[in-house]
Ligand binder design. Structure first.
Ligand code: ZN
Length: 258
């Protein structure tokens, strides 16, 4: 038996029998952890309300030597994220980011930067007023860079030609996963779409470290594009995006040159 503590957030949960739960944590110390919590669904369980999605705190964990998951024995120093839980648009943004954390991270691939990004995103979302879609877009852009899925804004992903001259001829193609040169875009079924302003914005936002007002303004309208980009890269479907799309008035894609 090995005991440990981890600062973590519940990113997925699944019922097991009448009273137990499988839980996935993303932790600062160990990255993604598969866990098991007993008795959490019994009415009188003291943990009953503690291991829901987005539960964040210091978890007590026990790892049995012959098992590949941890048993959660408690959680302390919880953060309530009250505003996220009570405001629909905040909750939808949190769900989208959490689904990405669940679907696009793997066990034994600890990255403290990823935990801190996700944690800071949740805190900013909880404290913020409005611009939840832009905040979520910034999270996705930074997630893609840290996870090694970053958008290549320097050169054509197909032939390697460097984008020059203000990138005026760059065209974006989702299936190619990047900004193609004019020649390569001519060979794709879609032909890509004119993307010079988008390329400049992604470049600029990739450098930004804060989540302040100007950064959020620049990220506005990019959420759908970034979800689609990550779905292509991760070969998965981000289902919460459908709820988010229906909820937010997302700026028309034409405004960013799509
Ligand atoms: Zn090319």
């Amino acid at each position: 038996m090995k005991f440990s503590k981890a600062h973590a957030v519940v990113i997925a949960e699944r019922k097991h029998g009448d009273s137990d739960k499988y839980i996935v944590l993303y932790s600062r110390e160990y990255g993604r952890l598969q866990c098991f919590a007993r008795g959490v669904k019994k009415l009188k369980s003291k943990f009953r309300s503690r291991f829901e999605l987005l539960t964040c705190g210091i978890f007590d964990l026990v790892r049995s030597s012959n098992r590949d998951y941890h048993i959660i024995t408690g959680v302390s120093s919880q953060e309530a994220f009250f505003s996220i839980r009570t405001e629909r648009s905040k909750m939808l943004s949190a769900m989208l980011a959490t689904e990405v954390m669940d679907k696009m991270t793997v066990p034994d691939d600890r990255d403290e930067r990823l935990f801190m990004l996700y944690y800071r995103f949740l805190r900013a979302l909880d404290a913020g007023r409005g611009a939840e879609d832009a905040l979520c877009a910034l999270f996705l852009l930074k997630f893609s860079h840290i996870s090694g899925f970053g958008i290549n804004t320097d050169s054509c992903p197909s032939c390697g030609a460097v984008h020059e001259g203000g990138n005026a001829s760059a065209r974006y193609d989702h299936d190619s996963g990047g900004f193609l040169c004019r020649e390569c875009s001519g060979k794709t079924p879609s032909g890509g779409f004119s993307a010079a302003p988008l390329l400049e914005r992604i470049k600029e936002l990739s450098e930004i470290r804060s989540l302040d007002e100007p950064a959020l303004r620049r990220a506005s309208g990019l959420l759908t594009f970034l979800v689609r980009y990550l779905e292509t890269k991760g070969e998965c479907s981000i289902k919460s995006h459908d709820f988010v799309k229906n909820n937010f008035t997302i700026q028309k894609m034409e405004r960013i040159g799509i």
